[in-house]
Ligand binder design. Sequence first.
Ligand code: GRG
Length: 296
Amino acid sequence: MEFKKYLTEQCAVVEQSLARYMLTEQGPLAIHIKAMRYSLFAGGKRIRPILALATAEALHAETKHLLPVACALECIHTYSLIHDDLPAMDNDDLRRGKPTSHVVFGEAEAILAGDGLLSFAFELLTHPDVQQGISPVNQIRMINLIAKAIGPEGMVGGQSLDLAAEGQTIPFEHLKLIHGCKTGALITASVQAGAIFGKATEEQFAALTRYGMQIGLAFQIVDDLLDVEGTTKDLGKTAGADVSRNKATYPAFFGVAETKVMAGEAVDAALTALEFFDAKAEPLRALARYIYERNN
Ligand code: GRG
């Protein structure tokens, strides 16, 4: 399999689906919808939706009716980025290579654009198209799992812990908790959503969950490394932001060389979790390697 081609094709599928399912800029809500669309269509690697689709594929499932769910995951991720960039949080003015939402639309509308995307995600998760590919019981299980991953015990909780830890000396265990909640939970949930949609057995679900957790960890470790070694141009966001905010990161704890080894170990563990899957899981394997090798 030519992975680069696969990634380009899957990215195009996600872009087309987002264009299909997202609200269009018209009527009295035009400004609000414009703000949501501005961040949603600003680029981005679309890793979370692609992971959900690739997981369902690994289970030999037809993914057409999973597309609204894939779009929902990207809406949720985009909301988190908009809010993370706000002056009250990281106060960043560059994201996905463009001025951040609050710079363009003002702080109040940026908050609402994030809120709008989060709420709209639940419209997509319950879209009639999804119901054609999943039983009601499994659909509720999938939505419950996503809600949990992005709420107080997941992404939002992780962000709260992250903000509270700024400028503090924290133990490594606490950094692991922050990363697991802030970044790992939504990545793992994206894999699990694909697994539920693909009717994974209990054993397969457990293996895919292990895979999701390990690539989530690798993703955040690499993100920490890119903050040190990447450029603002490649990243599309301000490089060196963690260092200048004195944030606890993997390189701050272990140095760059050791951190790279740890990212590689997480990817290896992710690949081991897939050992009983056949060739249909090749995109998932390649995605794990891509997360390690990416430069943005
Ligand atoms: C504000 C509720 C709330 C949560 C914020 C996701 C997050 C939590 C903060 C983003 C800060 C950050 C840079 C985290 C590191 C990992 C991460 C989520 C990076 C950005 O994701 P990518 O690389 O971005 O998938 P693209 O733009 O490619 O979609």
